[in-house]
Write a new protein. Structure first.
Length: 128
């Protein structure tokens, strides 16, 4: 490819931007980067998970995705159990830790039903 391409922003469709922003910032712990009402129909809110170079955008009037239609958003964490315990303590309904050969996972949904996973990557073998 002639130039770098970085995935840095993912649209997350929600029905109520204020409710979603409160969930992601106050409960999940995302950082609120921007919140701009562009015009009557268009609002743009950008939030970033701590330590991430990829953000999410909560928007109204910018796309045609149905609220809650995103599944499989994934963040990598160091410790699945500690992350699970932290989210549960913040009032998030979160799964128990599920262990697979490729990592330990914790699953949760935002208020609209968009599905998230936290993955603690298993140690990679020396041979690959």
């Amino acid at each position: 490819m002639p130039s770098d391409m970085r995935l840095e922003l993912i649209q997350v469709p929600v029905s109520d931007i204020d409710r979603a922003k409160a969930f992601y910032v106050d409960q999940v712990g995302f950082i609120a980067d921007h919140d701009h009402q562009v015009n009557e129909e268009l609002r743009f809110v950008q939030l970033t998970p701590p330590g991430s170079t990829c953000s999410i955008a909560l928007t109204s009037g910018a796309h045609h995705m149905s609220p809650g239609s995103i599944e499989g958003l994934q963040m990598v964490v160091d410790d699945a159990q500690a992350s699970r315990d932290e989210l549960a303590a913040r009032g998030i309904e979160v799964s128990e830790v599920q262990v697979f050969p490729w990592g330990s996972f914790v699953f949760f949904n935002d208020p609209d039903g968009n599905g998230w996973a936290l993955q603690a990557i298993s140690r990679r073998s020396e041979s690959g």
